[in-house]
Write a protein that binds this ligand. Structure first.
Ligand code: ADP
Ligand code: MG
Ligand code: MG
Length: 893
């Protein structure tokens, strides 16, 4: 076309709903600008421009002109020119994607300073120290971000300068020292890059913009996106913002604030403030911050204005906001806001608080929390006691109870976790390079930094336990140990326990208990009683509303009376999968062995007769626990040989007996059977319905046990609702044969008992062929239950037990999966088969009942998919039942 694209928007031209185009930071800076809040002027380069750059390897041809146009307007507004030697305009160049990725990409401050303008800045500000401090920050950030130099080079040079002055604080370096640091920094750039630090302000700006684009594909950004399931092609926007200075003296500073406590949801003044500081000093934890309420004493005017802006933002966004601000010589500036991350508990509390304040309705409250958050609230907590000793108390940065071996580097955390160890990552402070270690660890402990430090922010986002700012601990990462008050030394590998809800740190393992939310689901806490705290009340209100709005039923996968009863307390409305295989383990394995080895019908029948009463008793108790609700019993599914001894073990035993001269006849026969039944590929072998068709009488015995148990319950005044489910069907003929046999058994038992019961007979859909021939299969099935574990294995052609350790890691790394297809349903592949089966099945039999009983039934994203394709219910493990109830509600809104 002839029209030119718009790549750049002034802050006054955007709004908060343009996150995709302007990134979250740019959209919210625009929103604040238009609300009339004190935002330094600036403009945003769009994510479109970033995508263009990433695709073509160069910026759009007309981008430079558009930047010039907006820069000129900015210079006019500020009455200064970028990098002017006598009175320079300085800008920050800030990344900001649509999805929040805290600290993952890059920002460069003080762009526009060079050997000349640093002097102009000194004159204009009246502070030489400030000017040189700003210049050294520019070279440091520019060197690391734009020139790709190792940040440690600069940190070491700065440390050296501090050591020479005998100080640990950068505040003790004066203008002369800082000018000297600038000299050392410039030398580092020259040595490492073979060129001088660029003096041309516009070149600095353009290089910084491209570096922000490039930072979209930094290793840590890629890792973060994968974890948070953020699309990898979205790109970042770039914000160019006129600098304001928090490092102009003690009447200046920079800080972070939350409109509510992101840990608990409580209303109040939360945040950290650091005097005479710039940019990331607060988050990096390099000096200790003061709690935000102290700003009142330091600068009452700025404090009052900040509080008033916070309340404006909360009612405008109708949610908790977090804020970055700077005070320049008593003048408050807003540098960022967004709807803030929060802990799971805070998310629930805040949602119902906002309902009570009239800002949102209950539908919106249900949307504002997630199943993952609810799952976090169900994690166990520490109980006091045990023989662990408390070492110290840090800050409660992200709740939870973590126990593990202390490790002192991200690499060790990853290595040890890979070999199955639970570890707690201990650092002085974390930085974005620690991300992989934080993911691998059970929890994170730091000795520096407040609740807004990198460790705290990232841990909260991941729902990982974190204690930060445990200042009494001397962390020595080099020698892999820390020292606690009193001289206790904790070495790498020692077990420690950290409590992210209280900040306590123990040496040893502290025992854990069920949290209040679980006790509420168990029925032990009445949500209307005084015993219920506001978290329990929030969870209760939100789940009650989710139950009202959801269309999907939630059942459970349970095969013991205890699990059944618990799932029912947790809100399950029936059993979607009662496995019968565990019922054949333990002492009963002998009986199965007899069944398999029986050489004649008599022996077979004897084994079946011995199993039948045991099965009946199992079902009796489960029907009782799920009285009045459907119980789907799956007939025996696993390969028969799983009930026999291990081939190698048995061979050795037989060989030893023979060598000793007294061969064991029974074992010899057993060995022959084990050999006969051994399979190369058991997952694709003799199992499920194939077993029922080959081992005569096995399924009939199970059906009889189900029917007899149901009759007994019925006669005892109960309301049993059994459903019989045939696993691994691929052809309707398989199902027809078993159905015929089952119906005969049912009719016979009902006649014997004089009882009438309606028993549905259906099938699992877990072989791709079953999905593809669903219309035919539906002619013989009254229900389908998608077995998405097997369906995933067979659709992809890999076995879960073998592949997860073997190559899933590589697949995730290469981005072949965003997430394991066993964790979250693969919509385009496996999901497509589900859709086909739903449509064909329903068109052949409109009243066909449809459910899912794979582990995906408790996965939030998968629950939304099952809602969308129109299933009747999901079934999941008892502890996931509340999660599925909530997500089914959210899916319906
Ligand atoms: P992040 O996304 O990592 O938070 P930001 O772009 O928000 O990165 O920049 C980090 C910090 O740099 C901000 O919190 C703010 O303190 C500081 N900063 C950014 N732009 C400016 C500016 N124009 N003036 C003063 N400080 C700034
Ligand atoms: Mg920021
Ligand atoms: Mg299966």
């Amino acid at each position: 076309g002839t029209g030119t694209a718009t790549w750049v928007y002034d802050f006054s031209e955007g709004n908060k709903d343009q996150k995709d185009l302007l990134g979250g930071k740019g959209a919210n800076l625009a929103e604040m600008t238009n609300l009339g809040l004190p935002v330094p002027p600036g403009f945003t380069i769009t994510t479109d421009a970033c995508r263009y750059y990433l695709e073509h390897g160069s910026t759009p041809p007309d981008l430079g002109d558009q930047v010039t146009e907006h820069l000129t307007a900015l210079e006019k507004a500020m009455g200064k020119t970028l990098g002017d030697p006598s009175d320079p305009l300085l800008v920050s160049v800030r990344s900001g994607a649509a999805a929040s990725m805290p600290g993952m990409m890059e920002t460069v401050l003080n762009v526009g300073l060079n050997d000349e303008s640093v002097r102009g800045l000194a004159t204009q500000s009246g502070s030489e120290r400030f000017a040189w401090d700003s210049y050294r920050r520019l070279i440091q950030m520019f060197g690391k971000t734009v020139l790709d130099l190792d940040g440690e080079l600069f940190e070491h040079a700065l440390d050296e300068a501090k050591q020479e002055q005998g100080t640990e604080s950068d505040l003790d370096l004066d203008a002369g020292h800082l000018e000297d640091v600038v000299g050392r920094f410039k030398a580092i750039v020259r040595e490492q890059c073979g060129r001088d630090f660029p003096q041309d302000p516009r070149e600095q700006l353009d290089l910084a913009i491209n570096a922000v684009f490039d930072s979209w594909n930094s290793g840590r950004a890629i890792l973060y996106r994968r974890r948070e399931r953020i699309p990898c092609d979205a790109g970042t926007a770039v914000n160019v913002v006129a600098m304001v200075f928090g490092n102009l003296g003690m009447d200046s500073g920079t800080g972070v604030a939350f409109t509510r406590d992101p840990g608990s949801g409580e209303q109040g003044v939360y945040g950290d403030y650091l005097q005479n500081a710039q940019g990331e000093d607060v988050v990096a934890g390099i000096r200790n911050t003061v709690p935000l309420p102290e700003l009142e004493r330091i600068d009452e005017g700025a404090y009052r204005e900040l509080l008033s802006i916070m309340s404006t933002l909360e009612s405008h966004y109708r949610d908790l906001c977090d804020i970055e601000f700077t005070v320049e010589r008593n003048k408050l500036w807003m540098l960022q806001t967004r709807v803030g991350k929060r802990t799971a508990g805070a998310a629930f509390r805040i949602a119902t608080q906002l309902v009570d304040e009239g800002l949102i309705d209950m539908d919106e409250a249900v949307r504002r929390v997630t199943g993952d958050q609810l799952a976090q609230l169900m994690f166990p907590r520490f109980v006091s006691g045990g023989d662990a000793t408390q070492l110290t108390q840090g800050m409660n940065a992200s709740p939870g109870a973590a126990v593990g071996k202390a490790v002192f580097s991200s690499e060790t955390a990853v290595q040890w976790a890979d070999r199955g160890e639970e570890v707690v990552l201990v650092r002085r402070e974390t930085n974005p390079d620690d991300l992989s270690g934080m993911i691998a660890a059970e929890g994170v402990l730091t000795s520096r930094g407040g609740k807004t430090s990198h460790a705290a922010v990232v841990a909260r986002g991941m729902g990982k336990t974190c204690v930060c700012g445990a200042e009494e601990l001397q962390v020595d990462t080099k020698n892999r140990r820390f020292t606690a008050p009193g001289g206790t030394v904790v070495e790498e590998g020692d077990v420690i326990s950290i409590d992210g809800s209280t900040g306590a740190v123990w040496l040893g393992e502290v025992p854990v208990e069920a949290p209040a939310v679980v006790r509420y689901f168990e029925g032990e806490i009445d949500p209307d009683s005084a015993e219920a705290d506001d978290l329990v009340r929030s969870v209760h209100r939100i789940l009650t509303h989710a139950d009202e709005v959801r269309r999907l039923d939630v059942r459970t996968n349970a095969d013991t009376p205890e699990d059944t009863a618990r799932a029912r307390r947790f809100g399950a409305r029936g059993i979607g999968l009662c496995r019968t295989e565990h019922m054949f383990l333990g002492d009963r394995r002998q009986l199965v062995e007899k069944l398999i080895l029986a050489e004649d019908d008599e022996g077979k029948q004897a084994a079946l007769d011995a199993l039948a009463p045991l099965q009946r008793q199992d079902f009796l108790e489960i029907f009782e626990a799920m009285d009045g609700l459907p119980v789907t019993v799956r007939l025996l599914d696993p390969p028969l040989h799983e009930f026999l001894p291990d081939l190698t073990d048995l061979s050795v035993r037989v060989a030893v007996a023979e060598a000793q001269g007294h061969p064991d006849e029974a074992n010899l026969r057993l060995l022959a059977a084990v050999r006969r039944l051994h399979e190369q590929n058991p997952m694709l072998g003799l199992r499920g319905v194939r077993l029922g068709l080959v081992v005569q009488g096995l399924f009939a015995m199970q059906v009889r046990a189900i029917a007899e148990a149901a009759c007994e319950r019925k006669r005892a005044g109960g309301d049993p609702r059994p459903e019989i489910m045939i696993p691994l069907v691929g052809a309707v003929q398989e199902l027809e044969a078993i159905r015929e046999e089952s119906e005969q058994v049912l009719a016979a038992v009902f006649q014997e008992c004089g009882v009438e019961l309606d028993v549905l007979i259906g099938t699992m859909i877990e072989v791709p062929r079953a999905a593809l021939t669903a219309a035919e299969i539906a002619s013989s099935a009254e229900f389908f239950s998608f077995g998405t574990n097997d369906l995933t294995q067979m659709t992809w052609g890999f076995s879960r037990d073998d592949v997860e350790a073997a190559f899933f890691h590589a697949y995730l790394d290469k981005g072949i999966f965003g997430v394991s297809p066993f964790e979250s349903l693969d919509r385009p592949g496996v999901g497509r088969l589900v859709e086909v089966a739903v449509q064909e099945g329903r068109s052949a039999r409109p009243e066909l009942k449809l459910g899912v009983c794979g582990e995906h039934g408790g996965d939030p994203d998968s629950v939304h998919f099952f809602h969308e394709v129109g299933l009747d219910y999901v079934s999941c493990s008892p502890f996931r039942v509340p999660v599925a109830r909530l997500e089914a509600g959210r899916a319906a809104l």
